[in-house]
Design a protein around this ligand. Structure first.
Ligand code: UGA
Length: 438
């Protein structure tokens, strides 16, 4: 066990809150987690982990003696000076971030000269300054405030917490900023210490940039389809330029999840509310929406009308290694296929329970082979390793048709064609087998 470090409070036990809590416990802090959901708190106390996140359960179990769960903010206030806020900031109808959960915390925290709120939730730039003003107005001006945005990815959140590319701390140069820097010190990550508004903007701009990179490569993929180029090779050629880099250049059926769609929209609205029209982000969002629908056109190209056609969806989660269905491309895709009269059967190794809550009109299978039974086409929606390791010759035997739409460019086109499939990826041209080996 690592040596003892300053205790902390964490408000909100979702993906970010739980991972932050477990991570700091691993580094040596006692952690007081607070959540308004009493049932969730009970489950956590009993050692249950309410979300699927590789490595999280082990980390929580390993540090169980340092983890405390409560519905009462007073428990965290009693034991810790730094209270990390990791509550949801979902989009509102206007696209702005809904700050009601953040505001509830701000209103609930009593006046104190010894405590600080450390904001992990993604909030619009300017929130920290507004919060400090609210503290003053409520006679709670002694409370400190730090912006400490989180950059972890679902599915690799534990690793991302323990090995961050950078730590960003936005504060007014007081004890709380120093204390947060100190907490992160054992991770030896590059530190950006800045003012509060800049830290908030680093987070929004980073997510918006990554989303832009994805929409960009998706548009290049669409042009590749018109010109016969292969976007996988194009991305490789681009990514070797150090200024561009190879990451987030995988073309596919669009980005989803609880962050990119929400944060891109929130930054666009934030700009709009301040009188600036962020034109580029409008296109990033539109390209992403169209990208989710392009699969339907590809199916129609090969199968004609989709009425009565059996389509198997391999994967539903917005990406592998998570059960998160928020803004998953499969939501739009399955709804479009339903509307066109197709008979959809889906299989996801982990996300079925979540998917059943939000997807209607489709059947769920217990295995990829069951989903593929008598199907006219298979669409790879989420690149779970299980699908990449499948015996595709067996899949071909189970199917009625022979069409595979690879929505993530994750399968081997040559192997699939050898197994008798008609293969179509995203931006891979008609004849990927004609590529030259170098
Ligand atoms: C994203 C960011 O990557 C994190 O840095 C950030 O902390 C997080 O949002 C957040 O704000 O909380 P996450 O949503 O977990 O993390 O997932 P990503 O791995 O970034 O993937 C997002 C979506 O983009 C997925 O649907 C994925 O399939 C898609 N994607 C990603 C592509 O289509 N192509 C790529 O090359 C990469």
């Amino acid at each position: 066990m690592s040596p003892e470090r300053a205790p902390i409070g964490v408000i909100g036990t979702g993906y970010v809150g739980l991972v932050t809590a477990a991570g700091f416990a691993e580094l040596g802090s006692d952690v007081w987690c607070v959540d308004i959901d009493a049932e969730k708190v009970e489950r956590l106390r009993a050692g249950e982990v309410p979300i699927y996140e590789p490595g999280l359960e082990e980390l929580l179990r390993k540090n169980a003696a340092r983890m405390h769960f409560s519905t009462d903010l007073a428990d965290a206030l009693e034991h810790a000076r730094l209270l990390f806020v990791a509550v949801g900031t979902p989009p509102t109808y206007s696209g702005d971030a809904d700050l009601s959960a953040v505001n509830a915390v701000i209103n609930a925290i009593p006046a104190s000269d010894d405590h600080a709120l450390v904001m992990k939730s993604t909030v619009p730039a300017g929130t920290g300054v507004a919060v400090k003003r609210m503290f003053e107005e409520q006679g709670k001006g002694g409370l400190a405030y730090v912006s400490c945005p989180e950059f972890l990815k679902e599915g690799s959140a534990v690793k991302d917490f323990l090995h961050p590319d950078r730590v960003v701390v936005g504060d007014v140069g007081d004890w709380a900023g120093d204390a947060v820097v100190d907490l992160y010190a054992p991770l030896l990550a590059p530190l950006v210490r800045t003012d509060i508004a800049s830290a908030e903007m680093v987070k929004l701009a980073s997510n918006a940039f990554l989303a832009t990179k994805i929409s960009f490569i998706n548009e290049i993929a669409n042009v590749c389809e018109e010109t016969g180029a292969d976007v996988v090779e194009v991305a490789q050629g681009m990514g070797l330029d150090e200024r561009i880099g190879p990451k987030f250049l995988q073309a596919g059926i669009g980005f989803g999840g609880s962050c990119f769609p929400k944060d891109v929209d929130a930054l666009k609205q934030l700009a709009g509310n301040s009188g600036y029209h962020f034109q580029l982000l409008t296109s990033v969002i539109e390209v992403n929406e169209l990208q989710k629908r392009r699969v339907v056109g590809k199916l129609q190209k090969h199968l004609g009308t989709l009425v009565g056609k059996r389509i198997a969806l391999f994967g539903l989660a917005f990406k592998p290694n998570t059960d998160d269905m928020r803004e998953a491309s499969s939501l739009v895709l399955s709804a479009r296929l339903n509307a066109d009269g197709a008979l959809v059967t889906a299989y996801d190794p982990v996300a079925e329970e979540q998917a059943r809550k939000v997807v209607s009109g489709i059947s769920f299978a217990d295995s990829p082979m069951q989903a593929a039974q008598d199907a006219d086409a298979v669409v790879l929606v989420t690149e779970w390793p299980e699908f990449l390791e499948l015996d595709w010759a067996q899949v071909a035997d189970a199917m009625d048709g022979n069409l595979v739409i690879d929505g993530r460019n994750a399968l081997d086109p040559d192997a699939l064609q050898a197994a008798g499939f008609v293969y179509e990826g995203v931006g891979r041209g008609e004849h990927p087998q004609a590529r030259h080996e170098v």
